[in-house]
Design a protein around this ligand. Structure first.
Ligand code: GLV
Length: 328
């Protein structure tokens, strides 16, 4: 019997590619742009395994286009809001993601954004680079202190905790809201205090979002939440764009309801509305987990999941283990 057929929507990195080649007949999408939908629907046809990025919508239409031989979708991301997991489960298709390996890297980047917006780094870079900097001035590009301020975290999961851990060096006061309070030993380790969501919005100087995107969190930050924030506060989003109502954020920035924002994710990536292209907003093209080390680990996890599945083993980070019991 030949090797299973796998389609990967990205070329991945050397190490994961080598591993894949040992176990699968692999076809890669090699285009510079993400695969256009009609093409993707053709390319997945008849495949046994699929490695996808967060940019690919894995829905019933795509699963039908793949056909009955598709057994696993291995997403190279921890977030899996791009995948219709129930539709996969109904077709006995395993779904995996990449939890655990990107927490610290994403927390680093959250702090990169937080510091950049607080200290006006992007504006400063632009001034220095363009030659517009002609003299030092006492009140030039003065930002706001980070140290000693209150960091508000919405969602104290692995990434939220990694962000909180970094705050202690800045002598910050840490408050958080999560679906439930963390265990007392975690609160103690992080010096974090549980509060209602409204209180976190009201008291934070820097409000950082770390909830996954799902039905409960879509649009979580809207006009009412922004209105609760201090006029001097900053919103940091490194999770998923649709957690924030982008038009409400633009309106709040225009009216000075909050001081600024630092955003790595957007409602309709890669579209960034003009209203966000402001000096008091730092913009990044979804780079949270983008270190070579971490992105390689993420690709390796996807590969290991696919290999385990076809070896008859439980994929290490399976999201719908029920399919294993359904007898494939
Ligand atoms: C990145 O956004 C991820 O979900 O891994």
């Amino acid at each position: 019997m030949g090797k299973p057929q796998l389609f990967s929507t990205h070329v991945l990195f050397d190490e994961p590619r080598k591993k894949l080649a040992e176990h699968f007949d692999v076809e890669y999408w090699t285009g510079n742009e993400r695969p256009p939908r009609p093409e993707l629907l053709k390319l997945v046809s008849g495949k046994n395994a699929l490695i996808s990025l967060l940019t690919e919508k894995i829905d019933a239409e795509l699963l039908d286009a793949a056909g009955p031989n598709l057994r696993i979708v291995a997403n190279v991301a921890v977030g899996f809001d791009n995948i219709d997991v129930p539709a996969c489960t109904a077709r006995k298709i395993a779904v995996t993601n990449t939890p655990g390996v990107l927490d610290e890297t994403t927390a680093d980047f959250t702090w990169t954004l937080l510091m950049a917006v607080a200290r006006r780094l992007v504006e400063g870079d632009r001034m220095a680079r363009s030659g517009a900097w002609t003299k030092w001035n006492l009140d030039q590009l003065c930002g706001t202190d980070v140290w000693g301020k209150t960091l508000g975290i919405i969602g104290l999961g692995r990434i939220g905790r990694a962000v909180a851990r970094r705050a202690s060096g800045f002598q910050m006061n840490i408050i958080y809201n999560s679906t439930k309070p963390a265990a007392p030993e975690i609160e103690k380790e992080l010096h974090a205090e549980y509060m209602s969501r409204d209180q976190v919005f009201e008291q934070a100087d820097f409000l950082s979002l770390h909830v996954p995107l799902n039905d409960a969190t879509r649009g979580l930050v809207g006009p009412a939440e922004l209105a609760r924030m201090k006029r001097t506060a900053f919103l940091i989003n490194t999770t998923r764009g649709p957690v924030v109502q982008e038009t409400a954020l633009i309106d709040a920035l225009e009216r000075g309801v909050i001081a600024g924002a630092a955003l790595d994710v957007f409602e309709r990536e890669p579209i960034i509305p003009d209203g966000l292209r402001r000096d008091n907003v730092v913009l990044a093209p979804h780079l949270g987990s983008a270190s070579v080390e971490t992105r390689t680990k993420m690709a390796l996890i996807a590969v290991e999941n696919a290999i385990a599945f076809f070896d008859g083993k439980r994929p290490p980070t399976i999201l719908n283990p029920d399919v294993l019991r359904l007898g494939i």
